[in-house]
Write a protein that binds this ligand. Sequence first.
Ligand SMILES: [Zn+2]
Length: 445
Amino acid sequence: MDYELRVIIEKVSIANQATIHRENIGAFGIKKPKSILDLGLRHTEQISLLTQLQNFLLAEQSILIDPGFTECPKCGEKISKNGFLKSIFHAVFSDHKLRLQKHRCKNPDCNWQSTPTTHTFFGTDTHPDLVKLQCEQGVLNSYRMAETYLAKLNCQRRSVNNHVQIRMITNQIGERLSDWNKIPPSPSEIGVTHQLIVRVEGESILLKGKQRAEVMLGRISKGDDLATESDHKNDASYVMSAINDQQLTMKTYLLNAAFRQGLDIGTHVFAITDGTRNSWEVVSALQSHCQKLELILDWFHICKKFVRVRQGLNLVLTNGLKRAQSILWQGYANDALYVLASIQSEIIDETKLLQIRELREYLQMNLNYLANYAVKDQTNMPYMSDVADFHLEDCLRERHRKQKKMQWTQEGVHNILQIRAMMASHEWTDRFLELIDLAPAIELL
Ligand SMILES: [Zn+2]
């Protein structure tokens, strides 16, 4: 005996369970699957079923979208119904048309007519779930790649997922976040923590018109239980900025985020940076708000620079370099610099010479911030960022470096970074709806 599964939509009265309307929206044959391909529904079938289901639900909801006009808002005369207006609505996987009731004024001299659209009622025609998806794709990929990906996900190209649209939405949400980050925390958001670990790094990127922007990243986490800092990983806040304003925006973001993490006049702040002037400048914003600001050059960045110099060196020089790094680890910065100088005198290759000179200058410039890393390590004190943390390098490689020809504006980069920082802080999913104005533009009756 052969069977099929039917998908039936029923509109039922809740009061008496009477069926008002019943419709078959699809049937699926029940056959023995010949391969895994036959298991369940195909991608396009799933999207199509969902679209039909949505069409039914939206048709019912459209009837309820009523502005409640009882008289002409212009002249006060009686009004009459005036047919329907079809207005577009973009759901997460499909596009629909809402059938909205129109009204007109009976007074021939007035001639007022209502023009109901999804926009006039809700302020937008796009469901927030789609906006969220567009932002997520827009910040991780190029806008064109995001468009292609969303077309694949939807089994069709949709005008709402056009790259221009994705860019506009991503910028809009990023701008809102940018303003948000400037707002000082309310008293209820502020706690007190004894130790705070603040890590800052910066990188220069190329913008449209050959201009450059200094992109800054800050990571703020509680350090009260330093030995188990890894447990706090998901609680770290990230802030980012690409605005060239002598780090004013970045300082504001960092300070606000630090207050939210519990920065207080009694807090000991461990400020770990990549050693650039901008990074030290940014962390200086915390100075007058804490008990102690301990400045430490990030061991992670020191190691990265050593590794770069080491590549391609002969064994003797490599061993010398390792010795210098080990001396530095133990807190003898000047001795390490001396060893580096002697290695430098033996290098002939010009590229290597330049690299080791840069390394020496880097350490020299940050001499006051070199710690006894061995002791810090033994006593479970913070001195380096974790490779597993979110770093500027990952973020910029993901989004900016892979499209070298991309023409970035400073605002465009800054907006994208706001969303990236919120994602890295693990707040994006929970707080996304707060970024969207959900209040209807017109109160429905
Ligand atoms: Zn009127």
